[in-house]
Design a protein. Structure first.
Length: 624
């Protein structure tokens, strides 16, 4: 049967009618469900954000508890009933971590701070009873006011002797320090969060940046501020008691807010994220208008596209095969191609973005990249973002950087980013185009080979040659920004341990000393073992600390070393006490090079070894 031209036109018209009818029905259905879609998307985003908040909060508290644990070890051998001895030891704990105050509380509840001053009695506080009862670290479930009327949160760690809690060490975190964790507002700045206890007591809130809200029952607070009875609040309260996660819609007059809640994993606390429902409706309205406009444009141009559809389909088969090969290759290599449109402030990706973004996204905004992904760059590598900004703004034309990036399994991986700036005719920046590659395996292998050559096998500290290289380079390139002190350390009576208790006991003494050095000094300091029982450390702090505070810190570190290095090693016949002798040289007073600092610190160490051992000496002209 021959198909006439008129019949062809009728068939094409019917096809266009069916296509347009189907699209119209789809758009209407989509329009009706778009609010639900946006709500689901927002809740998913809130869940991801809350996971980041939870991780940051857990890491902060774990770090602070670890500091208290390290400090508690100082007091295990201290006579807590001897006020002079207690005062001598506790004064060395001033200024640790983010704590405003470090203090010792005895079994009667008497609290003694780092100056030896007795503060308010703790025996009636819940944290006191739980610490002594459970013999574990505790975090207070309420915000309190300290002696200066500043709101604080108290952490505690038991001091145990003979399997009995004899006292506890407490540290107080300022409320403003905790609040900094939640200083970034997302969703156009309209959201805010609460941290609450299981019974509803508010610990933290960033609803009002200029005011503090704490020790208020959230359920009473919400009901007081609502003009109508809201059963959703009771639902949230019951869910939290049962340790459930979920969300509710809270009605306050004409305003509806979404409350999403889930446990943090600390003290039974919950995090509640709040976002106005009006935000979702505004986004829905904007998106719906965009969809309708796109639909109208598509409907007008559909007739033109239908004539070339057959050609596109024939060629598409080849293109799909090429794209499939490219997708497989980029997924296996974890590589991305990106294009940043500077004017539109949007970033488009080609490839599998899961290893970078945690989800498969093809387009994100520059604002989202800055608020959510740039903060995953390791703090020591943050300068790569400044170099990237220099390229985007036109100061540079090309960009190449390798840095550590925390992926969405919370592991740092090495990333290599290369890019080129594309300019307009007037030379202003237009686009930044480049690639992102996971080079973690390559760099980790290189670092492993380097580490083997630099690390002492017994202690995992730097060896002598690596120490000399790192310190010499630092003193030449960056020392002007810092105040430094070189510590030379020698274990007293170490040879007696080896000769009388054997080399295994000697190795244990060396390992114990290495661990104690890591407790006293920070990751920014260089710590090394020169061999035998000799250790060398370069303490580094910012010049902003000031000379007087720096000298006080050097003395405190030395005193703490002498205290913590005292250890007894024994077998069935022998008991040998090991201690530490320490010589110290200051930069630049005693020398500006590695060799000078080493020589003077070694002379100061020799002086201590010849004058009773178990002490420290800062080099001065009396040693000439």
């Amino acid at each position: 049967m021959k198909i006439t031209r008129k019949l062809k036109i009728i068939l094409i018209a019917i096809l266009l009618y069916l296509i347009l009818s189907t699209l119209t029905a789809s758009v209407i259905s989509f329009h009706k469900n778009v609010s639900k879609i946006f709500q689901t998307t927002v809740l998913k985003s809130i869940d991801e954000i809350q996971e980041l908040y939870k991780e940051n909060l857990q890491e902060q508290f774990e770090s602070q508890i670890s500091m208290l644990e390290a400090q508690a070890r100082y007091f295990e051998e201290v006579n807590l009933e001897d006020e002079e001895e207690l005062k001598k030891v506790i004064t060395a704990t001033k200024g640790i971590g983010d704590f405003k105050k470090i203090a010792i509380v005895n079994k009667e509840g008497v609290c003694t701070n780092f100056t030896g001053q007795n503060l308010s009695n703790y025996s009636t506080k819940t944290i006191f009873r739980e610490t002594f009862l459970n013999a574990k670290a505790q975090i207070s479930n309420k915000i309190e006011l300290d002696e200066s009327l500043e709101p604080i949160l108290t952490l505690s760690y038991p001091i145990i002797r003979n399997n009995t809690v004899k006292a506890m060490i407490i540290g107080t975190l300022p409320y403003k320090t905790l609040k900094k964790q939640f200083s970034v507002s997302l969703f156009s700045g309209e959201n805010y969060i609460y941290i609450i206890t299981t019974d509803g007591n508010i610990i933290l809130s960033n609803r009002d940046k200029n005011k503090s809200l704490y020790n208020v029952n959230i359920y009473d607070y919400l009901k007081t501020n609502s003009e109508e009875v809201n059963e959703e609040i009771d639902k949230m309260r019951k869910d939290i008691i049962r340790d459930y996660s979920g969300f509710i819609t809270y009605k306050n007059g004409n305003e509806n807010n979404i409350f999403a809640y889930e446990p943090i994993g600390i003290n039974g606390w919950y995090i509640i994220s709040v976002i106005p429902n009006s935000y979702i409706q505004e986004q829905r309205f904007s998106f719906s208008n965009l969809v309708i406009k796109l639909f109208l444009v598509f409907a007008i141009t559909l007739g033109a596209f239908i004539t070339i559809l057959a050609t596109i389909l024939r060629r598409n088969s080849t293109v799909e095969k090429d794209n499939e090969r490219l997708t497989i290759a980029t997924h296996q290599n974890q590589s991305l191609i990106f294009e940043y449109d500077i004017q539109k402030k949007s970033i488009e990706f080609s490839g599998d973005t899961i290893f970078m973004l945690g989800v498969d996204k093809k387009t994100i905004s520059a604002d989202l990249a800055r608020t959510e992904y740039f903060k995953r760059v390791h703090e020591d590598d943050i300068s790569v973002l400044e170099l990237m900004q220099d390229t985007i703004t036109g100061k540079n034309s090309d960009y190449l950087a390798e840095f550590r990036y925390k992926n969405f399994t919370n592991e740092y991986i090495w990333i290599r980013v290369t890019g080129t700036l594309i300019r307009r005719e007037d030379r202003s920046p237009a686009k930044f185009i480049g690639s992102i590659n996971n080079v973690n395996a390559q760099i980790m292998h290189e670092q492993e080979l380097k580490s083997i050559a630099e690390v002492d096998a017994l202690t995992s500290l730097l060896n002598k040659s690596a120490m000399q290289e790192y310190v010499s380079t630092f003193l030449k390139e960056k020392a002007e920004e810092s105040l430094c002190a070189m510590f030379m350390l020698d274990l007293d009576n170490f040879k007696m341990v080896n000769d009388n208790l054997g080399h295994l006991a000697g190795d244990k003494a060396i390992k114990d000393a290495a661990k104690k050095l890591s407790l006293i000094f920070s990751e920014k300091d260089y710590i090394s073992r020169f061999g035998g029982d000799e250790f060398c450390i370069l303490l580094r702090v910012s010049k902003d600390v000031g000379k007087e505070n720096f000298l006080r810190l050097v003395n405190e570190k030395a005193k703490n070393l002498c205290l913590i290095l005292r250890e007894k090693y024994f077998d069935e016949k022998n008991t040998i006490e090991v201690s530490g002798s320490i010589g110290i040289a200051l930069y630049p007073e005693n020398g500006s090079s590695y060799d000078d600092l080493f020589r003077y610190a070694d002379q100061a160490l020799y002086y201590i070894k010849q004058n009773g051992k178990n002490g420290y000496k800062i080099w001065d002209n009396s040693l000439l």
